[in-house]
Design a protein around this ligand. Sequence first.
Ligand SMILES: *[C@@H]1O[C@H](CO)[C@@H](O)[C@H](O)[C@H]1NC(C)=O
Ligand SMILES: *[C@@H]1O[C@H](CO)[C@@H](O)[C@H](O)[C@H]1NC(C)=O
Ligand SMILES: *[C@@H]1O[C@H](CO)[C@@H](O)[C@H](O)[C@H]1NC(C)=O
Ligand SMILES: *[C@@H]1O[C@H](CO)[C@@H](O)[C@H](O)[C@H]1NC(C)=O
Ligand SMILES: [Zn+2]
Length: 499
Amino acid sequence: MKFTKSTVFAVLPALVAAHGIDNLHARHVQARQAPPGTLVVAASSSSSVAAAPSSPAASPPAGSPASAPPGSPPGASTSAPAGGSTPLPSFTLLATNPTAVPLSAINSLQPSSATIPLPSTAVVGSTPTFLTNAPPLPNAALLNPTNYPKLDVPPPIDSPEVQQWIAEVQATGVEIPNLNPTNPGGCPNNTAAAADQTRCWWTCGGCTRSTDVTECPTALDWGLTYDDGPSFYTPNLLQFLDQNNLKSTFFVVGSRAISFPATLQEEYMGQHQIAVHTWSHPPLTTLSNEEIIAELGWTKKVIKDVTGVTPNMMRPPYGDIDDRVRAISLAMGLTPVMWTRISPLATFDTDDFDIHGGLTTVQQVLQNWENILGNVTTMTNGFIVLEHDLFEQTVEVATGYILPDALAHKPPFNIRPVVNCLNRDLSDAYIETNNNSTNPPVFSAAVSAGALTTTSAPAGATGSSGSGSGSKSAGVSLHTSSWVSLFGLVFGGALATHL
Ligand SMILES: *[C@@H]1O[C@H](CO)[C@@H](O)[C@H](O)[C@H]1NC(C)=O
Ligand SMILES: *[C@@H]1O[C@H](CO)[C@@H](O)[C@H](O)[C@H]1NC(C)=O
Ligand SMILES: *[C@@H]1O[C@H](CO)[C@@H](O)[C@H](O)[C@H]1NC(C)=O
Ligand SMILES: *[C@@H]1O[C@H](CO)[C@@H](O)[C@H](O)[C@H]1NC(C)=O
Ligand SMILES: [Zn+2]
């Protein structure tokens, strides 16, 4: 089945608008001094590079909520332009790509540029040598979209596949906290849930648990990630990564894997890490348990069908996770991977996503990047940043500016996939190739660490003692990390829910 740009991207406006709600949060922008010989970027028209586009869309009024559809929680971000008092962006880059698209040409109004063909390293039936015991590469041409749910909408929960995954989650014996799904509209529309610290809802204040990956343990390590692809522009990013011997983690949307299976194979065979980012990109805390299982299950399945292996890491869209979503993810063998947060309201989000929709400018995105750099150099641990390979703007800012600047950083960053920055092998990123003796499987590791509780049914047992019964005690337990523990969180005995 062949996809055109218009059919594949027809659904994107909702995604664009959903991400745009981040702009409701004010932030501070800090100017940095320009050493001689570096590229100076400023928003004034006398800058050494072209100024921001002056279309009204390039600078929307701060706090305009019209762009946010119901269903998208506002996430705290370093990236939202503040109201009238925000200084204009002004910063320097140590290096840029000589072939970079000029900043003046990266905006919401730019015409689609040419995409490059995929290199062809993916040979059907070949066995990846960079993984231990990897299965042969499937034939992506045989992927039949009619065997999968409709793209870009939450999959139905009554299919045999989803019923099977529900039964598998039940069979783990996991106790899923009895938390109601959140309302659409994020923190402002969920005052009780947002204030309920036992829920540990990352979206509203940044609560994390010990099972969340939020950073790399080693200073100057950058766990490189790109979300929401594969897309038409992913090959451009892959080419730059290849040329610079960089490997990334890709958080793949299941629907995009159906649209671009060959690109997903190219990422996988290029020794990048493949991980799960849901089927239709909803805020997961708004879904029922069964709907969450369907979103994660179909994405695991399509990635396995295309690559032969099943990821063991996931990133919740919008970072929208609470203890209910955590328990389900872990029971499905998926470790949540967030991006680094430095305060309740500031995360390492470049906001690159919002250039396409005109909700921010490329200059602002680079200012966000400079603010991230300003913070990481004082951190005792490494970091993870939110970026995307969905739009040409996001790829152009990455390959033209952010990555060249990062590669020129002194002292040098160690840029690598999240699984590697956690000091594990790439093989340990997939359920089938994971070395279970050195890296215990996700769910059993979480149970052993006391981060999850189970009913009497041991992990892997068939059947579920909990099926049909309404009240079980406890759930995800007390483990918190970093500043979140300052809130003195206590997990009250929430009741497990029905699946
Ligand atoms: C707030 O939640 C209610 C109840 O789910 C919903 O009907 C309403 O649309 C939500 N408001 C927004 C702005 O999303
Ligand atoms: C760290 O990030 C915050 C939030 O974006 C920003 O206000 C601050 O200026 C940054 N610090 C440095 C030293 O750049
Ligand atoms: C690790 O365990 C999983 C089941 O959880 C299994 O599929 C996989 O093959 C095992 N890994 C290895 C290298 O045998
Ligand atoms: C797992 O790692 C250990 C220690 O490095 C090694 O001895 C063993 O062979 C590995 N197992 C597999 C299945 O690769
Ligand atoms: Zn996303």
